[in-house]
Design a protein around this ligand. Structure first.
Ligand SMILES: [Zn+2]
Length: 305
């Protein structure tokens, strides 16, 4: 049986520095974080962007993990090269094979902390359920978004993104660092419990399922000509009803939510998403029954069956 190994990534975006700082401190003092005896590799996702104080050098690293055949260690694009390198070093078939990848991010949106799951992979949903059960974190299920692909964790059999916030880019904050540490240790504890088959899954989990993202209002030339309405700013996770205010313009015009069904907005005015033409994303809040296949998938993965 192969040894269980977990890849821990911080700084996939170079200006999200709290996780990077925590990992650097951890390297100086190995007892800082309890990994419950599980072998981990801690990796700074985008060290070049960190040095430059930027999110990325050429292209968002967390959109660069394409199919293995599309990855190239010789690419002229730094992030494509870095994605290939990380998969080569820590991928399931890499030099230091890891079965699980945990990717720590921060957000400028007022979302608190949450887990992001890409698609509906059984093992991801099982691990997210364990963490929601322990810490009550919301789960954002990102799916059916053709514009956004190539996420790091999708290159591993199981992986979650952990978003912690709100925090400005490039700023250290004690609360964010402690949240990162708490969530990281809880993940390791729960993986350890699965390893020892001392696990307790909930019967239900609350999912915020991605529906779509919307752009800012723009003028004929494509420039942003309105901002998030003050009643919407920092109201992540709070239900939107028809005619609720979304944006306003300096001329007093208000742009309203026009959908018939209520949606839950997330990543409202996230600093990093303006370049992606995303002012906020809409989700549907759903209560899902826990599926026993999820549990089996995670147990089989951790026990290398
Ligand atoms: Zn990020």
């Amino acid at each position: 049986m192969k040894q269980l190994q977990v890849l821990l990534v911080a700084g996939t975006h170079g200006n999200e520095i709290n996780g990077i700082w925590l990992f650097d401190e951890w390297k100086k003092s190995s007892f800082l974080i309890n990994t419950y005896g599980i072998k981990t590799f801690k990796v700074i996702g985008n060290p070049e962007a960190k040095k430059a104080g930027k999110r990325y050098i050429h292209h968002d690293l967390n959109r660069s993990f394409k199919e293995e055949s599309c990855l190239s260690i010789n690419s002229s694009n730094f992030e494509e090269r870095r994605a290939s390198e990380i998969v080569y070093l820590y991928g399931e078939a890499g030099e230091n094979p890891c079965q699980i990848a945990l990717d720590f991010h921060t957000t400028t949106a007022s979302m608190g902390s949450c887990l992001v799951v890409y698609g509906r992979r059984d093992a991801d949903l099982a691990l997210a359920s364990l963490i929601q059960n322990q810490l009550g974190l919301p789960i954002y299920l990102h799916e059916s978004d053709q514009e956004q692909t190539g996420f790091l964790v999708e290159s591993w059999p199981c992986g979650l993104v952990i978003e912690i916030g709100p925090i400005g880019q490039g700023l250290l904050n004690s609360k964010i660092i402690l949240q990162t540490k708490l969530i990281l240790e809880t993940l390791m504890e729960q993986i350890h419990q699965v390893k020892n088959l001392k696990l307790f899954f909930p019967n239900k989990l609350i999912i915020h399922r991605h529906i779509k993202s919307i752009d800012f209002p723009r003028d004929e030339e494509g420039n942003i000509d309105g901002y998030v309405h003050p009643l919407r700013q920092s109201k992540d996770w709070q239900e939107l009803k028809k005619n609720d205010e979304l944006f306003c313009k300096l001329n007093g015009e208000i742009i309203r939510f026009e959908e018939d069904e209520p949606y839950i907005p997330v990543f409202i005015n996230e600093a990093a998403y303006a370049e992606k033409n995303i002012a906020m994303s809409f989700t549907k809040r759903e209560l899902w029954d826990f599926q026993k296949e999820w549990k089996k998938s995670l147990i089989d993965l951790i026990h290398q069956k």
